[in-house]
Design a protein around this ligand. Structure first.
Ligand SMILES: [Zn+2]
Length: 205
């Protein structure tokens, strides 16, 4: 293959995306090059827009327009709508739970788990979760982390971090398949995991 630095770099970057290796990255890059105006240009523009205008809230971890406060699902609680916070690992988990319509409440997205590669406790938004719970007088924190060792370690650490807060802590039912990641569960499994959640800490304990 002819060596062109720009192309090699693009292949290298695209092969870092989930589910893609160098082979599929090459196919994608060829497709892009063959469709300069229909694909390369709009994708480059769209990436630049997302990079410039969208970011994760530093308090609750949801995606939001960078320029405005976090008012949607929502850590800057202007008018209190809910008394529950559901804690998930990633934004994809929030999207799965939202689209299943099982749960009405606020979300808190940690941004990973404690022992996933390179992730330290301090990088996850756990301190800001405790602050939200205390400030917004939350009644229940639902731990919806994965049924993996990392997910359960993280859940335990959060439960411990909330031990001095006046809040009930629940965990999704054990019906979750072992190793089950929230985003890959079907609505039925998610529904019963929410409905049969178990209490692991009471208010004022
Ligand atoms: Zn927020």
């Amino acid at each position: 293959m002819q060596k062109i630095n720009e192309i090699d770099e693009l292949i290298r970057l695209i092969s870092k995306l989930p589910g893609l290796g160098p082979k599929s990255a090459k196919r994608i890059v060829l497709k892009l090059i063959n469709n300069r105006d229909e694909l390369i240009k709009p994708i480059a523009n769209s990436l630049a827009q997302v990079y410039k205008n969208i970011s994760r809230c530093k308090i609750c971890g949801t995606l939001k327009p960078t320029s405005i406060e976090c008012n949607f699902n929502n850590c800057k609680v202007v008018e209190k709508k809910y008394d529950k916070i559901c804690v998930v690992e990633n934004i994809s988990d929030q999207w799965s739970i939202e689209s299943s319509s099982i749960y009405k409440g606020y979300f808190h997205i940690l941004g990973g788990t404690i022992s996933s590669a390179g992730q330290r406790k301090e990088d996850l938004l756990i301190n800001s979760l405790v602050e939200r719970v205390n400030k917004d007088k939350i009644d229940e924190v639902i731990l919806a982390t994965s049924a993996t060792v990392e997910g359960q370690t993280t859940a335990y650490y959060i439960q411990d971090s909330l031990k001095n807060s006046d809040v009930k802590v629940t965990k999704l039912a054990q019906g979750l398949p072992v190793g089950g990641e929230i985003e890959s569960l079907d609505d039925g499994t998610l529904f019963s995991a929410f409905n049969n959640r178990t209490k692991i800490k009471s208010n004022s304990s």
